[in-house]
Design a protein around this ligand. Structure first.
Ligand SMILES: N[C@@H]1[C@@H](O)[C@H](O)[C@@H](COP(=O)(O)O)O[C@@H]1O
Length: 235
């Protein structure tokens, strides 16, 4: 793993942007995209730039089950708000959380990934080490699947909803196996809330108790961290 320590999340977004730009100059065509607060500075940088994404395809990691795309907490809404409404892409894919048949949607989405192999995957990380919505205990080689969110993730997301009971309990997520097929992976983490997860990801054993630790087995991973997120690393 390569580790880049940056001053703050603005510098982190810029560093990730430069890597995407270099990847696109090197023929990258498919970006794997993430939601959460972490990638916002990257998306801001992308929308402010004159880099042309109209030949690029994007494939998002995950979506809540049961939230309509019009709900401002859905990941469809988030992506439109922060990126897609401002930067045209050739095609953008996000799992359909409103699908009546979730199993069929999971299969359709895995086919989307197979048809659009991801060149550069952007990741954030949950406080418990989850990537996408692959919670601790997820198989390290699994495909897209329906996930029951853990209480820690529900609690972390509760601040965005009026009541805790409004937080969705399920999501559709790209599997860890699907993520690991990406040619290049950029994981960003900022703030001391993420320090334990980053320490376990980088220095702990590869275990599905810390899903991000599997990235140790990937040949091309860069972690972009601020000082606080990197503060528990031993070197
Ligand atoms: N499914 C998303 C993840 O993709 C994201 O990495 C995580 C951390 O969010 P934040 O970046 O807001 O800390 O939140 C959610 O669980």
């Amino acid at each position: 793993m390569q580790i880049k320590i940056v001053k703050d999340k603005l510098a982190g977004g810029e560093a990730a942007f430069e890597m995407i730009k270099a990847g696109m100059a090197n023929n990258a065509k498919v970006l794997g995209l993430a939601t959460g607060s972490t990638p916002i500075t990257l998306y801001d940088k992308m929308t402010a730039s004159d880099l042309d994404f109209s030949n690029m395809v994007s494939v998002n990691l995950d979506e809540y089950v049961g939230l309509p795309a019009s709900n401002d907490q859905s990941y469809h809404y988030f992506m439109n708000e922060h990126l897609f409404s401002k930067k045209p892409f050739k095609a953008t894919y996000v799992p359909n959380g409103e699908a009546e048949n979730v199993e069929a949607e999971v299969e359709r989405y895995e086919k989307v990934i197979a048809d659009n192999p991801i060149d550069i995957q952007i990741l954030g990380i949950g406080r418990n080490g989850h990537i996408g919505f692959n919670e601790p205990g997820s198989p390290l080689d699994g495909p897209t699947h329906k996930v029951a969110l853990t209480q820690s993730t529900i609690d972390a997301n509760a601040r965005f909803f009026e009541n805790e009971s409004d937080v969705p309990r399920y999501a559709i997520s790209m599997g860890i196996g699907s993520i690991m097929k990406s040619k290049e992976i950029i994981l960003m983490a900022y703030g001391e809330d993420k320090a334990d997860a980053i320490q376990a990801t980088v220095e702990g054993p590869v275990t599905n108790h810390v899903p991000a630790s599997v990235l140790q087995n990937h040949a091309n991973v860069t972690l972009i961290l601020d000082e606080a997120a990197a503060s528990k690393l031993s070197k």
